[in-house]
Write a protein that binds this ligand. Structure first.
Ligand code: FRU
Length: 455
């Protein structure tokens, strides 16, 4: 049986994982919560929050599911949200999802979305729930799809963005203000004209290098050959003028691969902006064979985000550099058996191709200026086909994290990223490299504790 358990990526011991939630650094630890369905690997049960913590982003402890959907206000799911360290505790803001039984469309009828606050001193013990906003409090022209609070403090004001779908099926962000993080007043509805998709999930607004950025996960964008290739997207706008009144610039996708959605960012203690995404895709027409083994999905590694001339760049958090294990080897136009996990690095002057496990091809064609990620073996990709990105013809720098069942491919210092799951049959994955010298650096697995706890 192949071993598809990840060694560099957080995944649930059993059950289903989706969005990263409540990312923060508090009490000397990184806290990574996530959407978690402990009982059903297909995600069909109500969502809880699972919790991992780590002192260094390398040693992780899974502590179970501290937040359960156990009140009338969140009975159908403790949906996504965020964390704000505040004095001796962390405030967690999330959406309590309620679905009534009946002949409802669950867009305009039959649903409630409550903005709920809990506090935790440690990510494990959770205070009683406090409902701050209900569906009746949102603007009257919103549908019942309003969710995923991201809260931060700026110039003494608490601010919150919520993702929403209008009654006219336009994606939007609701911006709220508060003096105490408890009583909220609407400050702005940010909705581009014409509409940009029908729903925006998981908004995140953050400053970086003196500029304001708004990340969203929009649904309903038109698909193209090199853009919006997945069923749903995740990307960002720059907001010159800020969140209060700025107009969004062009939309850039965070990741061009098959498996990336609903990312969230937070500030590391040294000021770096770190991003973690769900390495999965809701409602995709491809699948993950781990579902049959009792678990499904993982998060991306933490990525450092910086602002470049062409928008934002991402690179694996520098902490991961410490996982290098033994000497690297170099492959020049040849084949190798990759030890997993490992990191591949190189520069391609022109066309190149890498073939992993005989059926996953990463290729650059300088004629078209495209890089493509293509599966030619169905069982390797679980039905994944091809994804493309425009990268031009200049020399291309590659930095690839290969885990037991995923690749994160960072091109040109993270100007373009592809994330995908793949399911090789062998513990050492055959690689054929043509057109570039490639350095193969074996990596040590991260350390995971507490994986026997299931909720
Ligand atoms: C995004 C999302 C969020 C929601 C959560 C539910 O993947 O649909 O909008 O809060 O997942 O699990």
């Amino acid at each position: 049986m192949p071993d598809w358990r990840q060694t560099l990526h957080l995944e649930p011991p059993r059950g289903w994982l989706n969005d990263p939630n409540g990312l923060c650094y508090f009490g000397g630890l990184y806290h990574v919560f996530f959407q978690y369905c402990p009982t059903h690997a297909n995600g069909s049960g109500p969502k809880h929050w699972g919790h991992y913590q780590s002192p260094d982003l390398l040693h992780w402890t899974f502590t179970g599911a501290p937040l359960h959907p156990d009140t009338p206000q969140d009975k159908s799911g403790a949906y996504s949200g965020c964390a704000v360290p505040c004095g001796d505790t962390v405030r967690l803001y999330y959406t309590g999802n309620v679905k009534h039984t009946g002949p409802y469309d669950y867009i305009r009828t039959g649903r409630e979305a409550n903005t709920i606050l809990v506090e935790t001193p440690d990510g494990i013990h959770i205070s009683p729930k406090q409902v701050l906003l209900t569906s009746a409090d949102y603007p009257a022209d919103c549908s019942l799809h309003v969710r995923d609070p991201k809260v931060w403090r700026e110039d003494g004001i608490w601010k919150m963005v919520l993702g929403a779908r209008s009654l006219a099926d336009a994606g939007r962000v609701l911006l709220y203000h508060s003096d105490d993080g408890l009583a909220w007043r609407l400050a702005r509805v940010l909705e581009p004209q014409p509409a940009f998709g029908y729903m925006w999930e998981c908004p995140d607004c953050f400053p970086l290098e003196g500029r304001t950025w708004l990340s969203i996960s929009p649904q309903g964008l038109p698909h193209g050959e090199t853009e919006n290739q997945n069923i749903y997207q995740s990307g960002y706008f720059e907001l010159p003028g800020g969140i209060e009144s700025g107009t969004p610039g062009p939309f850039t996708e965070w990741d061009m691969g098959f498996d990336f959605y609903a990312p969230q960012t937070f500030e590391a203690p040294d000021g770096r902006r770190l991003l973690i995404g769900w390495m999965g895709m809701p409602d995709a027409d491809y699948h993950n064979p781990t579902e049959a083994l009792g678990w499904q999905h993982c998060l991306t590694v933490p990525r450092e985000v910086t602002a470049g001339t062409h928008g934002l760049r991402q690179r694996p958090a520098r902490e991961l550099d410490a996982l290098a294990d033994g000497s690297p080897s170099i492959i020049r136009n040849g084949t190798a058996a990759l030890p997993l996990p490992c990191r591949l690095q190189g520069v391609a002057e022109g066309d190149f191709s890498l073939t992993l496990a005989g059926g996953l091809h990463l290729e650059r064609d300088t004629g078209s200026g495209l890089v493509s990620l293509r599966f030619t073996r169905d069982s390797l990709g679980g039905g994944r086909t091809i994804r493309r990105a425009r990268v031009g013809n200049a020399p291309l720098r590659l930095d690839i994290l290969v885990d037991r069942s995923s690749l994160e491919i960072y091109l040109n210092d993270g100007e373009t990223v592809f994330s995908t799951r793949f399911y090789p049959d062998e513990p050492q994955v055959p690689l054929v490299a043509e057109g570039l010298p490639l350095t193969v650096q074996p990596l040590r697995p991260m350390e995971f504790c507490g994986m026997q706890k299931e909720d």
